[in-house]
Design a protein around this ligand. Structure first.
Ligand SMILES: Cc1cc2nc3c(=O)[nH]c(=O)nc-3n(C[C@H](O)[C@H](O)[C@H](O)COP(=O)(O)OP(=O)(O)OC[C@H]3O[C@@H](n4cnc5c(N)ncnc54)[C@H](O)[C@@H]3O)c2cc1C
Length: 605
């Protein structure tokens, strides 16, 4: 297993690389920019693959951002890749599937492929090809144990028969990591093979017609129909029976990275809506100042800031606490995808008719496209329910560990070190070691388990600073987390299976709220979101301001408890002010506020 070398990656490093990429691609609002919104809408209307955009991204090494340097890739760290991918996704989400769908197969190969298999796949990726991941079957969806595609022994090797569904880049891929049945029962009945498909005969492989989708138009999803496909012995990846475990562990990383797509779509939705709201006048004021749209934008800003914090934490956790990512990563994917959908819905309300224009309007009609695209990110890899189900069974143990003692952290110094390494953005990350990804977090969620002592000190500090309302939210958060074990016991005893899923969703939002608090607490000496042009360095702007924290906590606690986030407008306004600051200074809506391309930055090919 390859342990990826990670440079010391601080927020500043991450920011610099993403700024460079965004400048290279130019201002997306420019209607003449081939990498801008209008061009993306034109491709969407024509169901076109983003060839020109991909070529520019390949020239910048973007397409190898998940491949380790030892294999010729450009990977530095997950937060680094997260920032890069969101800056590409904000202009056209299709940039992500077009250049990164091979991340799942590549991660599986890192987990259990031979060095030769890893090098072979890397060579394909380096020359701009793709290695597909073929797991799903139309009849079974996320019920993977019911899959029927089968590998039958044939001499030293096998023959593969069966139909794989919705394979990303299925028409153009040169190779595929295919999961198929070699046994009869249980998760150990599936094995993986790495197949070269480039020269496959029509008799043995039929690449179905493009599966047309509402979003990600122009990306080729295809069914791969294998018929007695000859599989050489050395195509087996790992040992027989290992495939599902490898696929599930790889998908943990993919789910974390998928948050970049959701964040990119939400960023553009909010940015265009703020442009519109500032410029459009209604009833003698701007839409931005009118009470109802302003409140909707405040909720959207709070959801955006919260989603950003959750995604950054999860990306860092893949390095620091990979053993916990089976819960952490899936909870993050849920919250970020749902929050992005909420941002987009509320912005659609503000944009009104302009949200549905296919051409013209803000971003030349990109809004209706990004809305469809974000919906695909939400269900890619697993339905929201399947994602929640994937960690629900772990919750009773996780909830017990989360019953906090403010004075005595259950795992003491080690836990504090983990939290500091994840949340202090200026602390170096350890190398990414995929072998530490685990199917089960074994009752450990450092975020909720380590919350109590941080919450106690944070509340005291906020009370002293006069931020009583935010301090009160933290008290509610710790109460809710303390109650999780009671809810978990009830859900386990309940005859209603929805109870455990509802608990998983509640947990995801509480975990997310706890992430926001840890992020604020660990970076009080730094400026997180809230940077503005007038400050000479990133870290000198409003260090420690809790303004964004109030909005993020207010939003996430409302989602966790099934209440309406609009009930706390004052707190949400703190997040809106932060977002307006970032909007005015043309920065990503992020704790790592990447400076975005401006018209003067445009570099034409
Ligand atoms: C953008 C995109 C890219 C994709 N790329 C690939 C790819 O490269 N390779 C690949 O193999 N596949 C790919 N897929 C397919 C993807 O993996 C499937 O979407 C996934 O398997 C989920 O299948 P499903 O939608 O049928 O959902 P399911 O999870 O099967 O859900 C169907 C319905 O059943 C419900 N449900 C599911 N499980 C349960 C349960 N246990 N109890 C009660 N209800 C349940 C769900 O809530 C949902 O309402 C892609 C899909 C998308 C959208």
């Amino acid at each position: 297993v390859t342990v990826m070398e990670t440079r010391r990656v601080t927020g500043v490093d991450v920011q610099g690389a993403a700024e460079q990429l965004d400048r290279l691609l130019g201002d997306p609002r420019d209607p003449g920019n081939p990498y801008g919104f209008a061009a993306a809408v034109t491709r969407d209307e024509r169901d076109e693959f983003p060839d020109e955009l991909c070529a520019a991204l390949r020239d910048a090494g973007f397409h190898l951002n998940y491949l380790p340097r030892e294999l010729g890739g450009t990977f530095r760290s997950f937060p680094h890749s997260l920032a890069l991918v969101r800056t590409a996704a904000r202009r056209d989400l299709n940039a992500v599937p077009a250049t990164m769908f091979s991340i799942t197969a590549a991660t599986c190969l890192l987990l259990h492929g031979t060095p030769e298999q890893q090098r072979h796949a890397a060579a394909i990726l380096r020359r701009g090809g793709s290695v597909a991941f073929a797991l799903s079957e139309a009849e079974h969806g996320s019920d993977l144990l019911a899959n029927t595609a089968r590998l039958e022994r044939d001499g030293d090797g096998w023959r593969l028969t069966g139909r794989k569904w919705m394979v990303g880049l299925g028409q153009r891929c040169e190779a595929a990591y295919v999961v198929a049945r070699t046994g009869e029962h249980g998760p150990g009945a599936f094995s993986a093979v790495l197949l070269d498909l480039a020269g496959a005969s029509d008799k043995h492989l039929e690449r179905g017609p493009e599966v047309r989708t509402s979003g990600m138009r122009g990306i080729d999803f295809a069914d791969l129909d294998f018929n007695d496909f000859p599989v050489p012995a050395d195509a087996l990846v790992g040992r027989p029976g290992q495939a599902l475990e490898a696929a599930v562990r790889a998908q943990q990383v993919v789910r974390v990275m998928s948050t970049a797509g959701s964040l990119g779509c939400a960023d553009t939705a909010l940015r265009l809506s703020l442009d519109f709201a500032a410029g459009r006048r209604v009833a003698r004021t701007s839409v931005l100042e009118a009470p109802h749209p302003r409140r909707e934008l405040a909720v959207a800003a709070s959801a955006m800031i919260a989603a950003d914090a959750v995604a950054i934490a999860a990306a860092r956790a893949v390095h620091v606490a990979p053993e916990a990512v089976s819960v952490w990563g899936c909870a993050a994917k849920h919250v970020v995808a749902e929050a992005a959908a909420d941002v987009i819905d509320r912005c659609a309300g503000v944009l009104s008719t302009r949200a549905v224009l296919r051409t013209g309007g803000p971003g030349g009609g990109i809004f209706q496209k990004l809305r469809r695209d974000a919906e695909l990110v939400r269900v890619a890899d697993a339905s929201p329910l399947a994602n929640l189900r994937s960690f629900a069974a772990q919750l009773p143990a996780v909830a017990t560990a989360a019953q906090g003692d403010a004075e005595e952290p259950p795992r003491g110094a080690a836990q504090s070190d983990t939290l500091r390494a994840v949340f202090a953005l200026d602390s170096p990350l350890p190398p990414y070691d995929p072998s530490r990804l685990d199917l089960n977090a074994r009752g450990t969620d450092p975020v909720t388990a380590g919350l109590a002592p941080v919450a106690m000190r944070a509340r005291r500090s906020l009370f002293e600073g006069g931020a009583d309302e935010i301090a009160a939210l933290i008290e509610r958060l710790t109460d809710e987390i303390d109650m999780l074990s009671v809810h978990a016991a009830r859900a386990r005893a309940s005859s209603n299976p929805c109870d455990l899923i509802d608990l998983a969703e509640k947990f995801a939002y509480l975990h997310a709220a706890a992430c926001c608090l840890h992020l604020w607490w660990a970076n009080r000496h730094l400026s997180l979101v809230g940077w503005a042009e007038r400050y000479p360095t990133l870290y000198e702007a409003h260090p420690g301001t809790p303004a964004w924290l109030g909005g993020a906590l207010g939003y996430l606690l409302a989602k966790a408890t099934g209440t309406d986030p609009r009930r706390k407008p004052v707190l949400l306004n703190g997040a809106l002010e932060t977002v307006l600051d970032l909007h005015a200074s043309e920065r990503l809506f992020s704790a790592v506020p990447v400076r975005l391309a401006r018209p003067a930055d445009r570099q034409r090919p």
